[in-house]
Design a protein around this ligand. Structure first.
Ligand SMILES: *[C@@H]1O[C@H](CO)[C@@H](O)[C@H](O)[C@H]1NC(C)=O
Ligand SMILES: *[C@@H]1O[C@H](CO)[C@@H](O)[C@H](O)[C@H]1NC(C)=O
Ligand SMILES: *[C@@H]1O[C@H](CO)[C@@H](O)[C@H](O)[C@H]1NC(C)=O
Length: 357
């Protein structure tokens, strides 16, 4: 190896071991989390869909209007998404780039990458319906990532990154809200009990695959109260645009099954910390008590009319977009605002970080 290579590798290694000073949330015994690796959908996507041919992207204004002075990066919000807040609060990095980003440098691999693709789900049909990256392909990209880590930093360092990183999986919203209820295609072959069984089976095999590849700290998000998403209220909530109790019940049923399956995996996979991350009640609480958190509007999004717009329907041509999104729980008809995400991530990290120690 040439000298500059040695120097480069040493600097990168030192950076990754030493640069952990700013962690806001700490693990027991001063343990740190070197990297954050994300799988799933638009809740954590930081721009994976930008170069895909799909209607499900948002790398244009007004998306990102509060991100670093107004950059539409492909994040499905007005600003940061949970991937950013988690990375920042754990002292890992300010932003975790999409794995497919052409700007990704070898040094970035040490702090983690983001495979999440807006619109995807546990049900393989979900990503297919909207031409985005399915979880199966995200897993293939993860294998490629592992190969690059080994190539650049060697076996030992790679195993360290894999076993100590926080791996988050955020999926199920598109399956339940879109594929099952909004399009109705899965209703032809499934009812809610056996559809949620299928989703949990998929989630479980996904976690086992991650474990097989070396991941040990694995957090899996439950479903939010999908019946209260603005577009779901518009479709199923009647004239008063109430939350759909049926869809909230489906979310809760999925969550209870997912939680018990993950608990089993946590017991059966040696050295693994498999954690179910419950977000349902935190978000419902904000939606039901918006003023407690400084919000004024919880039943529609800021973008456009707030009831149907998301992705290409939320664009600059719409003059009705709100001017002060800090009053809104939701940014578009589907996705929370940066402010809501920040509150949620704060609660999640307080509650769950110690589980990964
Ligand atoms: C953690 O770090 C603090 C200060 O750096 C030190 O006082 C403490 O002993 C450390 N704890 C462990 C368990 O290493
Ligand atoms: C799901 O349950 C319904 C009965 O409620 C049944 O008709 C259907 O075949 C089941 N689907 C699957 C895939 O098991
Ligand atoms: C996972 O299992 C470990 C024991 O292996 C236990 O200490 C921990 O509390 C479990 N975590 C969860 C979230 O169930």
């Amino acid at each position: 190896m040439e000298l500059w290579n040695v120097v480069f590798v040493c600097c990168v290694l030192c950076y990754s071991f030493c640069h952990t000073a700013e962690a806001i949330v700490k693990l027991r015994g001063n343990e740190t989390i070197p990297a954050l690796i994300l799988f799933g959908d638009s809740i954590v996507d930081t721009g994976s869909n930008n170069n895909l041919i799909t209607g499900l992207k948002c790398n244009f204004p007004p998306y990102g209007r509060d991100f670093e002075g107004g950059i539409p990066t492909g994040r499905f919000s007005n600003g940061k998404v949970p991937a950013d807040f988690v990375a920042e609060e754990l002292g890992i990095k300010e932003y975790i780039a999409p794995y497919t980003s052409p700007a990704l440098q070898p040094g970035d691999l040490l702090r983690g990458v983001n495979f999440a693709s807006g619109g995807t789900g546990y049900d393989p049909l979900t990503a297919q319906l909207v031409s985005v990256i399915p979880l199966s392909e995200q897993l293939e990209q993860f294998k490629e990532y592992i190969g690059k880590l080994k190539g650049n930093f060697g076996e030992a360092k790679t195993n360290f990154i894999l076993s100590k990183s926080l791996v988050l999986v955020v999926s199920s919203s598109n399956d339940i809200a879109n594929t099952y209820f909004a399009t109705g295609v899965r209703k032809l072959n499934y009812d809610v009990p056996n559809y949620t069984d299928m989703l949990v089976q998929q989630a479980s095999s996904f976690v086992k695959e991650l474990y097989g590849l070396g991941a040990r700290r694995i957090g899996v998000f439950g479903a939010p109260p999908l019946g209260c998403l603005p577009f779901v209220r518009a479709l199923f909530g009647g004239l008063r645009r109430l939350c759909s109790e049926e869809i909230n019940m489906a979310s809760k049923l999925f969550n209870s099954k997912l939680s018990s399956e993950l608990h089993k995996l946590n017991q059966s996979l040696p050295q693994a910390k498999v954690v179910y991350i419950h977000i349902y009640d935190s978000l419902l609480n904000i939606i039901q008590n918006p003023t407690k958190y400084g919000f004024e509007v919880a039943d529609k999004g800021c973008c456009g009319t707030g009831t149907v717009e998301a992705a290409f329907l939320c664009n600059m041509l719409d003059p009705t977009t709100c001017s002060d999104d800090s009053k809104y729980v939701f940014w578009d008809s589907y996705h929370p605002t940066q402010k809501t995400y920040q509150i949620l991530v704060g609660e999640i990290l307080n509650k769950y970080t110690s589980n990964f120690s």
